[in-house]
Design a protein around this ligand. Sequence first.
Ligand code: F0G
Length: 445
Amino acid sequence: MRHPVEPFRIKTVERIKLPDREEREKILREAKYNLFKIPSEKVFIDLLTDSGTGALSQEQWGAIMVADEAYAGPRSWFKLKDAIYEFSGFDDPIPVHQGRAAEKIIASIYLYEGAKVLSNTLFDTTRANFEKVGAIIYDIPIKEAYTLEENHPFKGNIDLEKLEDILRRENVALVVMVMTNNTGGGQPVDLDNLISAYEICKRYNVPLIIDACRISENSYFVKKRNPKYSNWEVKDIIKESFKYCDGAFMSAKKDGLSNMGGFLFLKDPEKNLRAKELLILWEGFIHYGGLSGRDIESFAVGLLESRDERYLEYRVGQVEYLTRKLKEIGWDVMLPPGGHAAYVEVSRALKHIPKENFPAHSLAVEMYREGAVRVVEVGSLMFKDKAKFEFVRFAIPRRTYTQSHLDYVIDVAARIYEKRESLRGYKIIYEPPYLRHFLAELEMV
Ligand code: F0G
């Protein structure tokens, strides 16, 4: 398994330091074993998230210098509007500061107490925003999504039979396609699956919205894994995808290759206008939506850079390298490799730790204790009894870490695998009412 050559050279560097073992233990204790509470200066390799943590290109830095910070009608906004049109084919987008701001607006327009939402698997902030207004969410991915084996090229697909069956019998308010499916292992959705889902939704008059935060990576997989699209350019697959929806939202912190930003659009002009009204109430005027002109400039350039196929080949290749190496050293992983992260499933390797004591969190904590590597639990700590897997996600920030950084991570994971039976579980001593993993405090059992 070869690591793809990085298709860039490094112009600006940030020093990283490895705290010694004693300091790492102290930091974990002070953070109450919640990795979100660790100062990033104390992290050597930070794979907590791929969101907003990537490196900017020289073109993005250049654009930031010429930003227009006007409240209304800034030049930077028109540049972003054009970029979103070029990216998605939609000409009346609404800027937001990040994805969840769009989620809140969408929830308020489409949902209400008892409203039913179907999805290939909602992300945690989307779920929380929808549940906050009383919606009930059903995840209906294809059955292969709940297996680790390499048995389907598009494990992000929605189960079309279930979709049609539920739409026939029940009143559903909204269908959301998450591309790629982050919670399910960064797995892509086939364009043909999206097209069929959209046709079914049309038949039952139910709106379909795309969560497009990783649509460039998703479209690269469509090109590589569905022979029908092998001669297409990724940028055309992206645009084609946006034809099969009633609206979309995108966190620019992922495939927007930016540190902050996002957009949404609803194809129904009246709903789009309502979204703009709510935007002004919650986020800011329709020409900046909670972003500085500098963020908007970086976003406008990054969004189009994300379609570069040499970059995507390297990006997806890096995730594949990490995933297959983790498998080689003994960990169970989600296969085939996804788009932005490697997902280790610990149920077998850490079977001595019961679910109530968060076995995946135990590995996540150990990655810090052993090597100051920060990763995140996506299992029972995050989803309570709704967790389908005990995953640890190793998310790779875009254009940030090199092969030797990943080799270091693989070494740390290998050392832990050798002594896995000595790992211990955790219990919660404080938990907030929503999204508990962010603020929870834990202790070792
Ligand atoms: N949808 C998906 C699929 C996401 O992965 C995220 C964020 C969001 C929506 C929300 O966007 O953060 O800009 O408000 N995912 C990050 C992660 C936080 O670590 O996976 P946001």
